[in-house]
Design a protein. Structure first.
Length: 176
């Protein structure tokens, strides 16, 4: 709960300060997509590909949806047994705050809710489990030509079962 309050306060501060910080900049609105590679620390380190589709309402506010699938799992030792783990999928929706930090550059704060499913296999037996999470994070993006660019961010997933994951991602960003 403490982390949720900190994340909400950070997003509120970003949204409150952004209009004054970028009053001279032209409005930046419209759809955008991201294609990222991400590393999720769920306990095991799981690599995934993320796709995001978003809409920037004005200079300071937007919404985005995210979907991911695993591309590389991790082996963890449970006693004498090696367990292979892999991210099956992850979906989430976010409210996004933008703070223009320069020409074609934004700082980002986001808050959302999602669901993740992880599969574990050992000795010919496999099981999968999913859990919902409250997510919050920060990042930055820069569009080199005003349309194509790079985005990197960190997102914390606080799961309903009291676990958590730290997700770092970097990838291509395209504005429309």
């Amino acid at each position: 709960m403490k982390n949720a309050l900190i994340a909400a306060a950070a997003l509120a501060a970003t949204l409150a300060l952004a209009p004054a910080a970028s009053a001279q900049e032209a409005a930046t609105t419209g759809a955008y997509v991201n294609l990222n590679v991400g590393l999720a620390d769920y306990g095991p380190n799981l690599w995934g590909i993320q796709g995001r589709l978003g809409y920037r309402v004005n200079n300071w506010f937007g919404v985005e949806g995210e979907i991911a699938t695993g591309i590389k799992g991790d082996d963890v030792q449970v006693g004498a047994v090696s367990v292979d783990t892999k991210l099956k999928h992850q979906v989430a929706a976010y409210l996004v705050g933008f703070l223009p930090a320069g020409e074609n550059t934004d700082l980002i704060a986001r808050v959302g809710y999602g669901s993740s499913k992880v599969k574990a296999s050992a000795a010919g037996i496999s099981a999968a489990g999913s859990d919902e999470s409250f997510n919050f994070g920060v990042g930055a993006q820069h569009h080199f030509d005003g349309l194509n660019g790079v985005r990197f961010d960190y997102t914390r997933h606080e799961f309903d079962d009291n676990g958590h994951a730290n997700v770092w991602s970097i990838g291509y960003s395209r504005k429309f």
